[in-house]
Design a binder for this molecule. Sequence first.
Ligand code: GUN
Length: 296
Amino acid sequence: MSARLIDGTAIAQGIRAEVTEQVSGLRARGVVPGLAVVLVGQDPASEIYVRMKGKACLDAGMHSETVVLPAETTEEGLLAVIDRLNADPAIHGILCQLPVPPHIHAEKILFRIDPRKDVDGFHPLNVGKVVLGDPTGFRPATPYGVQQILIRSAIETRGAHVVIVGRSNLVGKPLSNMLSRPGPGGDATVTIAHSRTRDLPALCRTADILVAAMGKAEFIGVDAIQPGATVIDVGTTRVADASRPKGFRLAGDIAFEPVREVAGAITPVPGGVGPMTIAMLLVNTVQAATLAAASR
Ligand code: GUN
């Protein structure tokens, strides 16, 4: 039987509608949530994401500022931009699109962002707050989006065995923490697997919920799926495809066609986790603006 397809675009639209409502509430109190997105260089995928983030802000009634800098920008130059945005009261959230060019230390930039404006949730203060369960900490958008997909698709995490393949700071590590915390979308038993895990397919077959987040196109096959399991695909890799107008297609980490025949529910790529990340970025920006307004 074919798996239930989880429509991330529809879930994200619902969240964005909720955000739009919250923004009008804030605007009525004289607060316009503002997000600044900084892009260094001309990575084509990053350019698309940055454009989409700016448009999503405007659609929700927020203030949006996009700062595009040449690839040769120095670390000092970029830090000066971050300092300006840190000091700008119209900006509640700051995001520096990754990857940055190799001569810039990403950590140095991310750690310079005021933690109160760190809507990516990459600053150590927010990482620590999320680990401690402090609700004022910003949850990184991708794992936050995965958790919301599970909650809003009525997929029970409580007592479930979740296997996350991928141990990145962006996804695997924060997601394992969020899903094992007490409460809705939590209370799971989480295993983090990675490139050194022994007999990965056998481990994955013990998962009630399998999250693939290692960025290897179609790496996880049907031999890794427990029949009826929920499969969440975080991967998006450009794969050359001469039959497509752009010469490539987007592939997830899951071999979608065979896996959908065995899984109980599955997120597609595109149209699964991807749209959720922008929705959750907006949620975090509203959180930042709300906290800023409360501390005035
Ligand atoms: N590049 C890919 N994903 C992300 C993300 O979530 N945040 C930032 N800043 N850059 C990214």
